[in-house]
Write a protein that binds this ligand. Structure first.
Ligand code: C2E
Ligand code: MG
Ligand code: MG
Ligand code: MG
Length: 288
């Protein structure tokens, strides 16, 4: 009896795994096609300088609107992990982001504009020359571009990554560690890579005003970055009172739904032209 049911349970799990492998494979095929057919688009989330309220560019975020509904970027990233599609997707994102940045610049908008890449991409020796080509094609300089590296804990060869990042930095490109403070990106990695900015994970920002542990962590990240001439971006700023608290703590930049949501590039252009730094500073002062 017990053996029987044990057996059937194993079968059940196997069947499930088989099914999920099949759907992952289907998703990988769909992603590959989506890259080829330009089915992805980028949305842009503004980044605000908390000191003076000025707009400091935006982060490009992947969007995939399929006929049966949107697929979140995290699903795409989870599916492609460990496959050659990491490089294919990041290549598409770099090219498309720079084409959009070119448009933004034509509308008089200043950067830097950031995009996200998988850790394997900064270990790829083709990265510097590819970026140089995309920058040249879009007639923009590297100073307009910032690269956010995800999940740095899975970088395999730090010496190689360092060398590649240094060549990119000679083009003026800057680098930031995404989701800083989580297991994916902690102090160890900060000291192993030539980093210009830290992006504090939204987990700690959302709970900044309610959790003493988050406050302590944010303070220590700010102290470390200060000592290392590094800038800090707070992610997940959902209210003006959080923005105000971050400003008082000395955090350089804020990004979050409370300031602005990610938006399509045309909407970003319109939004950026309407942004009023003084109104923002007044509202922040009123809330905190
Ligand atoms: P991330 O790079 O840390 O991006 C921030 C995520 O937080 C975005 O989710 C953004 O929409 C969301 N967000 C921004 N402000 C707030 C807020 O105030 N509250 C809350 N709850 N969320 C906020 P999204 O667009 O779903 O992206 C999720 C993750 O997927 C990104 O996290 C990044 O790790 C990855 N990703 C997104 N686009 C790309 C891409 O083009 N390439 C790669 N390789 N990864 C990407
Ligand atoms: Mg990011
Ligand atoms: Mg993040
Ligand atoms: Mg994240």
């Amino acid at each position: 009896e017990a053996k029987e049911s044990g057996k059937s349970r194993i079968c059940y799990f196997d069947a499930k795994r088989h099914q999920s492998n099949r759907s992952r494979n289907q998703l990988l095929v769909d992603i590959e096609k989506a890259i080829e057919n330009d089915e992805f688009i980028l949305h842009f989330q503004p980044r605000i300088c908390l000191r003076d309220g000025s707009l400091s560019g935006a982060e490009a975020l992947l969007r995939w609107f399929r006929p049966d509904g949107p697929t979140p970027p995290v699903e795409v990233i989870t599916a492609i992990r460990g496959t050659s599609l990491e490089w294919e997707l990041d290549t598409w994102v770099m090219k498309e982001a720079l084409a959009q940045v070119r448009r933004f610049r034509a509308y008089g908008l200043q950067g830097p504009f950031s995009l996200n890449v998988m850790p394997s991409t900064i270990e790829n020796r083709e990265l510097p020359s590819l970026l140089k080509q995309f920058l040249d094609d879009a007639s923009i300089s590297g100073e307009n571009l910032e690269i956010e590296v995800l999940e740095v804990s899975s970088i395999r060869d730090f010496d190689q990554a360092n060398e590649i990042l240094r060549v990119c930095k000679e083009l003026g490109i800057r680098f930031s560690l995404d989701d800083f403070g989580t297991g994916y990106a902690s102090l160890t990695y900060f000291h192993s890579l030539p980093v210009d900015k830290l992006k504090i994970d939204q987990l700690f920002i959302r709970t900044l005003l309610s959790d003493g542990g988050s406050l302590a962590l944010v303070k220590s990240i700010l102290a470390i970055s200060d000592a290392n001439d590094c800038f800090v971006v707070a992610e997940g700023v959902e209210s003006y009172s959080i923005a105000s608290a971050l400003r008082h703590l000395g955090c350089d930049y804020g990004q979050g739904f409370g300031l602005a949501k990610p938006m399509a590039s045309d909407d970003y252009i319109a939004w950026a032209h309407n942004w009023d730094a003084q109104v923002f500073l007044d509202r922040m002062a009123a809330s905190g």
